[in-house]
Design a protein around this ligand. Structure first.
Ligand code: PGA
Length: 263
């Protein structure tokens, strides 16, 4: 039986004071919900403060990204040992906003590459996270044009194969995958629950085939993309969906607590 997991990705929102106020308000509302794994992912600069506030709580702290080298001349980057030191237990990897041309994947006029994330950098980050025993939340998903071209499954399988290259099954027990159709992120356009369930099931079968069934049955597969209190129950009641990665709606304590309760 897989425990549901709900993670809030706060993205580049909230000062540390705002993050503290949000986490206080949220944690009071979910105080007895220890039947769901809850993760909040503030910006790097707020991790320590949020961790301090949650030190007696079962709510986990996640980072939104990491760098794969341990230390060195990598200006602006944060390594996994630094995250461990800050009390982080989870880390998002390969979010569509860090892949490709940040936030504007499908408009040809947008050519400013912010992050240069590729399947190869995702693979290196996963190696560092698993080496340091952090739980990666690996994001995969297709763009609208890939979906329209009937390439959803192919794209996701390619992302998974490259991200997970070089790992063996035993290393992947704690991996969490988030199926995040790019066209559903921050758009208010949620993927139909039956289709989200189908894709999550396809991911599980692919993992069973590539690694083994026992591990594939343990790995939690979340759905992300415009999850709200009003659609969470329907999405989370699908057999292949083990929870959600929530962006916008996790910035509102009441809304996010309702999503956790739905799980
Ligand atoms: P959203 O973002 O819930 O605002 O669509 C989800 C995500 O980016 O993980």
């Amino acid at each position: 039986m897989r425990t549901k997991l709900v993670a809030g990705n706060w993205k580049m929102n909230n000062t540390t004071a705002q993050a503290a106020a949000l986490v206080k308000s949220f944690s009071e509302r979910v105080v007895s919900r220890n039947d769901v794994d809850i993760v909040v992912c503030p910006a790097f600069v707020s991790l320590c403060r949020v961790k301090e506030l949650l030190k007696d709580s079962y709510i986990h702290i996640g980072a939104q990204d990491c760098f794969w080298e341990e230390s060195g001349a990598f200006t602006g980057k944060v390594s996994v040992p630094m995250l461990v030191d800050a009390g982080v237990s989870h880390c998002i990897v390969g979010h569509s906003e860090t892949r490709g041309k940040f936030g504007k994947l499908e408009t040809p006029e947008s050519t400013i590459p912010y992050f240069h994330e590729t399947d190869e950098t995702v693979n290196l980050k996963l190696k560092s996270l698993l080496f340091h025993a952090l739980v990666p939340i690996l994001c995969v998903g297709e763009t609208a044009s890939e979906r329209d071209a009937g390439k959803t499954d192919e794209i996701i399988q390619s992302q998974l194969s490259k991200a997970l290259a070089g790992f063996d099954s035993a290393e992947l027990y704690f991996l969490v995958i988030a199926y995040e159709p790019v066209w559903a992120i921050g758009t208010g356009q949620t993927c139909d629950s039956a289709e989200a369930n189908r894709v999550c099931g396809m991911i599980r079968s692919f993992l069973a085939q590539k690694f083994d069934k026992e591990v594939a049955d343990e790995i939690r597969i979340l759905y992300g993309g415009s999850v709200k209190a009003s659609n969470a129950k329907e999405l989370f009641s699908q057999p292949e969906i083990d929870g959600g990665l929530v962006g916008g709606a996790s910035l509102d304590a009441e809304e996010f607590s309702k999503i956790v309760i739905a799980a």
